[in-house]
Design a protein around this ligand. Structure first.
Ligand code: ADP
Length: 488
């Protein structure tokens, strides 16, 4: 049985994905990197995620079986296995059930609501068992996005009413992207979500069940992933319909910027890149190697612009589509890694075949290749329409690929315009969601690249040195946990 100090703050992160086990985007980065930092701050931080079949085969930290039990979800009686692993000093728990989690992809099944309702119940049911087995019972449960929203709803509406052990637990809910709210037809409230009609008002919104709304109502604190986004989601333009609720609960909402794992994203010792480096001059070999690997002309003076992104419209891909052919009239290389909307995927594949000397489009998810691209690129394009926080611009900075972003959400909070007069700033930015504003800014960046290479390199070095670690955000989370722990 693991020994824990009774004064140690115990936090259980509940999420639908976490690096290195399962990842589709920034959420996995956060859940993989924040708990280890909190651990260093003295918090007993642990993580629980589903045991997806796709990571059963991969080369990951050893995962071992702990125990199993049954989970009741309405009329269902389901097997639930609990597995565990250690990674970066953090204990991970995995909720196993092949029927729910043996799928080709993490999300997008017709029964996602049921899958994550099962997961949420399993998380709450396993707590007394973990206390018996491991001496771990959380003071705080930190849920993330709609897939885990039911944990806070069940806890506050059901479990704490019938079992006193659940009463002291506080809930922090984080919105990583408000566009995904977990909206379902009202008719499955009892049959799938196992909630009596008396709880309908907690989750009902705009004529449907909205799990994010329920999480906002039930949590003790609501966080989102940047201060600017915390303000933006109070407005109809950014809240995907939920602004009334966010405004109503603004008193318990706070924006805390994400960090990145600066050990994992470290060009001075990254095993995935061709040549490690500490200053921007070291990028040249990586650029040449990538040009060679992608069969692009190997030319150190041709600026390489890259994008590593989900290909969805809120990432600003439509701006790129609108002006990329104008941009390609110049001496540039454009390297894209991404998956997403089939229309965008087809567009970039076609673009690559139309411009074989200038464009490469890799339509896949490939973590190692992404790091090679960050290490090779001169300019990193991220013109998002909305961006809760964004990690890619920080990762690009760390590898000396100067970010060019639209001033929104976390992009606004992390990247400041480079002022040629004062030398201040750490990237290029534009404000209006307008393709030609973006193109104008790209051209300004290219002018600096071509005409003032010393300044360009100095700026890239500034980017590489910028501290985007979790140190400050982790302290903010810790202060938040400590503030709510004694709430009545
Ligand atoms: P989001 O979470 O909205 O997708 P973020 O910028 O917060 O955007 O995080 C994206 C993360 O996923 C970054 O680490 C980025 O490098 C990575 N990523 C995105 N697309 C790919 C891809 N096709 N292959 C590898 N990594 C990717």
């Amino acid at each position: 049985m693991a020994e824990t100090n009774s004064k140690t703050l115990k936090v259980l992160f509940v999420a639908s994905e976490a690096l290195p086990f399962a990842s589709t985007g920034g959420l996995a980065d956060v859940i993989g990197s924040l708990p280890p930092i909190l651990k260093r701050e003295g918090v007993d931080a642990r993580v629980i995620i589903p045991y997806y079949s796709m990571f059963k085969q991969k080369n990951l930290p050893e995962i071992s079986f702990m125990f199993d039990f049954r989970v009741q979800l309405a009329w269902r009686d389901q097997y639930c296995g609990i597995f565990t692993a250690e990674h970066n000093g953090v204990t991970f728990y995995f909720v196993d059930n092949d029927y729910y989690f043996k799928r080709m992809s993490l999300y997008g099944s017709y029964d996602d609501g049921e899958r994550y309702a099962f997961f949420s119940k399993a998380v709450l049911d396993v707590l007394p068992k973990l206390e018996n087995n491991e001496g771990f019972f959380p003071d705080i449960i930190h849920t993330n996005d709609w897939q885990t929203a039911l944990v806070g709803i069940y806890l506050k509406q059901v479990y704490r009413k019938v079992d006193f052990r659940y009463r002291p637990i506080r809930v922090v809910h984080s919105i990583h992207n408000i566009e995904y709210q977990g909206v379902f037809d009202h008719c499955i409230l009892g049959d799938v979500f196992d909630l009596d009609q008396e709880y309908a008002s907690i989750v009902d919104y705009n004529g449907a069940i909205n799990l994010t709304k329920g999480a906002v109502v039930c949590c003790d604190r609501l966080t989102t992933v940047s201060p600017t986004y915390a303000n933006q989601i109070k407005t109809p333009a950014y809240a995907s319909g939920l602004h009334y609720i966010i405004n109503q609960y603004a008193f318990k909402t706070v924006g805390i910027i994400n960090g990145i794992d600066q050990d994992y994203y470290d060009p001075s010792r990254d095993p995935d890149i061709v040549k490690t480096y500490k200053t921007v001059s070291g990028k040249a070999k990586n650029k040449a190697a990538l040009q060679e690997e992608l069969h692009l002309p190997v030319n150190p003076n041709t600026p390489m612009i890259s994008m590593i992104t989900r290909l969805t419209s809120h990432k600003g891909v439509d701006l790129v589509v609108a002006v990329i052919e104008e941009l390609l009239q110049e001496d540039v290389q454009f390297v894209l890694l991404g998956t997403g909307d089939v229309g965008f995927e087809a567009f970039f594949k076609r673009l690559a075949s139309n411009y074989p000397e200038k464009v490469r489009a890799m339509i896949k998810y490939d973590k190692a290749l992404s790091k090679k691209i960050y290490a090779a690129a001169d300019l990193f394009l991220m013109p998002s329409k909305s961006e809760p926080c964004g990690l890619a611009q920080m990762i690009a900075s760390r590898y000396g690929a100067i970010p060019l972003v639209r001033e929104t959400g976390g992009l606004y909070d992390t990247i400041r315009y480079y002022d040629e007069e004062t030398g201040e700033g750490n990237g290029f930015t534009f404000a209006n969601y307008n393709a030609h504003d973006m193109l104008f800014t790209v051209r300004k960046a290219l002018t600096l690249y071509r005409e003032q290479p010393e300044r360009w390199n100095a700026l890239a070095d500034v980017c590489m040195k910028k501290n985007f670690s979790w140190d400050i955000p982790a302290k903010e989370y810790l202060a938040l946990y400590e503030e709510i722990i004694n709430l009545d």
